[in-house]
Design a protein around this ligand. Structure first.
Ligand code: NAP
Length: 461
């Protein structure tokens, strides 16, 4: 082993951990990885995005924890890029940087009334019920009777399902305690999932759709006529639809054939509808939806085309769930339209400098390709980035190892009085949360404020 590289990874979600794992798989290089994370807790959307009733999906944390056990890995939680450390610091201390910061913002609908009280992004609601420290003080008016969730991706289904579940169903999960209390008092009766296109174009997955058939106290409503498809959709379904789409249609048929049993709540699937206005005096009272038809694009896909038909409905809560969006990072290029950092196979490129490739800066995950795919999609994505990085090192004959001995970032963090959290510190939080959970028969009881997390570490150390 004659080469030694020191790599900084910014962000501790799936893409960051898969990148670290791939770096450690290299046999002919010794690679040291320092991972920086804004929160004291690792795992990004696995902790703060995956729904609390999807614990199986969260078990992927075990794989990431094994990667963290590598002797060449260090975790620096509670360290924010752009506040505590900057690009120049990283380029001084490391051979290369991989930014894997995800897409923390959300896309807007761009319709009147979107900013009224009672209209929220799904991103806020998801982060709130998952106990993300930045969102724990948010308030959602759950005295509402009607909630509309705009979009029919898996995030929209998560939001609708959490709204529809009973306190007993939620109490078995690691949902934040304050969210459980608020949802316990929920008066919601009707939850509407609004898709702008038809069921054949739905973005949700069959497993997530099927879960609605198992809700303890909520009926699912799919009107029969929804499944009378237009000719183009029918043809797609019969020819080149994915297996997931075919399964979705089968499940929707099963749902629509079921008797409504008059449970406390109803979840309605509404297709071919788009909101055009959210209105109310000082808070959301009404939503106006236009009926769409499908129009074939040049590439053969079907787009939503509004008709003249507009329907109004009482609504006191609206969640827009039409996709996440990346945010720019200081000193890095950014493509506002896609919400990504411009890159070639993960290597950052500068559009303002003739698309020149940066040899020491890379991206992985949603900030590289946009907010799509499941957790596992980030593995191949991160692998591509790591291989591109190592190839560049070789092609550019970059001088290896100059940063392996010194300077160490720890000195810089201590000089700046940053109270960083190591992986061993995180494990103290983990044990604290899981022990609290065991007493209540839950996977964990989450700490939801950074001050509380740091205080637990200080007490247990
Ligand atoms: P998504 O899958 O991209 O779905 C976005 C939804 O918003 C689509 O229904 C889309 O409709 C709709 N939409 C977009 N713009 C709209 C507009 N202007 N007006 C009305 N509707 C609009 O995004 P996501 O639900 O945020 O999920 C992000 C990624 O995370 C996805 O890959 C998802 O599968 C994944 N995820 C997976 C799980 C899981 O596996 N359990 C859970 C959560 C998230 P069109 O199709 O017409 O564009």
């Amino acid at each position: 082993m004659n080469q030694c590289w020191k790599i900084a990874v910014i962000g501790s979600g799936p893409a960051g951990f898969y990148a670290a794992g791939e770096l450690f798989r290299q046999q002919s290089w010794e690679i040291k990885v320092d991972m920086f994370e804004r929160l004291p807790t690792p795992f990004g959307l696995v902790r703060g995005g995956v729904a609390p009733d999807h614990q199986k999906i969260k078990s992927v944390q075990k794989i990431y924890s094994r990667i963290a056990e590598n002797e060449n890995f260090r975790f620096f939680g509670n360290v924010e890029f752009g506040r505590d450390i900057f690009q120049a610091d990283l380029l001084e201390h490391y051979d290369a940087v991989i930014y894997s910061v995800g897409s923390p913002a959300d896309r807007e609908l761009g319709i009147p009334g979107e900013d009224l009280s009672g209209s929220h992004s799904a991103t806020e609601f998801v982060a709130w019920y998952n106990g993300h420290p930045d969102f724990c003080d948010y308030k959602f008016d759950l005295s509402a009777k009607n909630a509309f969730v705009i979009g029919i991706g898996n995030v929209a289904l998560d939001v609708a399902r959490i709204l529809a579940k009973t306190p007993e169903e939620l109490a078995e999960t690691d949902i934040a305690d304050y969210a459980l209390d608020a949802l316990r008092a929920s008066q919601l009766e009707d939850i509407w999932l609004v898709g702008r296109r038809g069921p054949v174009q739905a973005a949700f997955s069959p497993a997530e759709l099927r879960e609605f058939m198992e809700l303890a106290e909520a009926d699912v409503v799919v009107e029969q006529n929804v499944l009378e498809l237009d000719a183009e959709s029918q043809q797609i379904l019969e020819t080149d639809a994915s297996n997931d789409t075919k399964k979705n249609i089968e499940i929707l048929k099963q749902i629509s054939a079921r008797q409504i049993s008059e449970k406390k709540r109803r979840v309605h699937f509404l297709f071919l509808s788009s909101p055009v206005e959210i209105s109310g005096n000082d808070k959301v009272e009404k939503i106006s939806l236009v009926r769409n038809q499908l129009l074939k694009r040049e590439d053969g896909s079907l787009a939503a085309q509004p008709t003249e038909e507009i329907n109004e409905a009482a609504a006191e809560l609206v969640f827009r769930s039409i996709g996440y969006h990346g945010q720019p990072l200081p000193d890095l290029p950014f493509d506002q339209k896609s919400g990504t950092i411009p890159n070639e196979c993960g290597q950052v490129k500068d559009p303002e400098n003739g698309n020149k490739l940066r040899n020491r800066e890379y991206v992985a995950g949603w900030i590289k390709r946009g907010p799509s795919g499941v957790i596992g999609t980030n593995k191949q994505d991160a692998v591509e980035t790591v291989h591109r990085m190592l190839e560049t090192f070789l092609n550019e004959k970059m001088k290896a190892g100059k940063n392996c001995a010194n300077p160490d970032i720890v000195a810089l963090l201590e000089n700046r009085k940053v109270e960083y959290v190591s992986f061993a510190d995180w494990k103290l939080i983990d044990v604290h949360e899981t022990e609290a959970g065991q007493k209540q028969g839950r996977p964990r009881v989450k700490l939801t404020s950074i001050a509380e997390m740091l205080s637990v570490i200080r007490q247990k150390k």
